[in-house]
Design a protein around this ligand. Structure first.
Ligand code: AMP
Ligand code: MN
Ligand code: MN
Length: 322
């Protein structure tokens, strides 16, 4: 029996949490576990608390049951998924504080081991991959498989980032064998965009600027621009991925304004730069090739501050192969 199963066997109630601004892996892992508990541990009272997420994930079983506000409920066991530190639980951290037992499943290199039991594997492609290893394969049904598959494709960029391993593909195969419509899941949650999402992607690419001899690229969206197009933070998926794919670029930066002089920053690197180190320095975190943080100041200041750290790492790495 796995650690997760042992803990589920011994509890009467579970609260499932993820990180602020939930993404595909966060939603896939929390809802996959929620559904698994509901079908296989019907006596256990379970609930998922997360911030509002993009409606494109509405096909995930349990999406409408997610609670978005804190309440007076208390749960014995708190399971935190895809979350590297307590602060990233946002307002729902209160359930962790009130629980008598806690378990964290995560793959962030910056994870602080903030739960009682921490199953953290930096080499795993996604939290969904770690979760899969903790579940009884026989007891995973089609609905749970859809959730887990969603996490795999989002954190691997549909099986192409360096975090994708042979094991990731094996797990994807096992999930496919549960009868999921994998093509629709990939199209609807990863590639499909609304008209305004395409517009904002176009705008971000059009206004992007390269620096450090074309090794870096950045693009920034101000609140006024977001208001003009009628978009919010949930509409930005895919922008950083396209910036990252610009020929010759080692590090891509995308940021959108979240307050007066405040920006949510996404960082991606190709080879030489560890962006988790840079994001950590500015109070954020993530993975070696994909990380994020929130930064204050004008766009110009934010880029300058990041640029110093990127240049230092690029210099240390020496000349890159063309
Ligand atoms: P994003 O650029 O927001 O897609 O995030 C890239 C990766 O970094 C994801 O795995 C996030 O969970 C992680 N990440 C983003 N922002 C933060 C933050 N402020 N603190 C810790 N990890 C973060
Ligand atoms: Mn995530
Ligand atoms: Mn993840």
């Amino acid at each position: 029996m796995t650690v997760l199963e042992q803990m589920l066997e011994q509890t009467g109630s579970v609260v499932i949490l993820g990180h602020v601004r939930p993404d595909g892996d966060c939603l896939g892992s929390t809802l996959g576990l929620y559904h698994y508990i509901q079908t296989n541990y019907p006596a256990v009272r379970a609930a998922v608390y997360l911030e509002e997420s993009s409606p494109k994930f509405g096909y995930l079983t349990g999406y409408d049951a997610i609670l978005h506000e804190t309440d007076e409920e208390r749960y014995e066991l708190c399971i935190c998924l895809d979350c590297g530190d307590e602060e990233r639980l946002g307002a729902f951290g209160v359930y962790l504080a009130n629980a008598s037992k806690s378990l964290c499943l995560d793959h962030h290199i910056t994870n602080t081991r903030f739960c009682e039991v921490n199953l953290v594997s930096e080499n795993a492609s996604s939290t969904c991959e770690i979760l899969f290893e903790q579940l009884d394969e026989e007891k995973i049904d089609k609905a749970a498989a859809e959730c887990l598959y969603t996490g795999l494709i989002h954190d691997t960029g549909v099986f192409k980032y360096s975090c994708t391993s042979a094991r990731t593909m094996e797990i994807a195969g096992k999930l496919m064998a549960k009868g999921i419509d994998f093509g629709s899941i990939i199209d609807n949650s990863f590639y499909k965009k609304t008209y305004v999402q395409n517009q904002i992607l176009g705008r971000a690419l059009l206004e992007s600027i390269t620096f450090l001899d074309g090794k870096c690229i950045f693009s920034a969206l101000r609140q006024s621009e977001m208001e003009f197009y009628g978009v919010n933070g949930k509409d930005m998926d895919g922008i950083i991925d396209q910036l990252r794919l610009t020929e010759g670029v080692e590090v891509a930066i995308f940021m959108y304004q979240t307050g007066p002089q405040e920006f949510k920053v996404s960082l991606r690197s190709q080879n030489a730069v560890d962006v988790s180190r840079i994001a950590s320095y500015f109070g954020g975190g993530g993975h070696v090739r994909a990380a994020g943080c929130t930064m204050s100041g004008r766009i110009h200041d934010v880029v300058n501050n990041l640029s110093l750290h990127i240049a230092k790492q690029l210099d240390a790495a020496g000349p890159q192969e063309e």
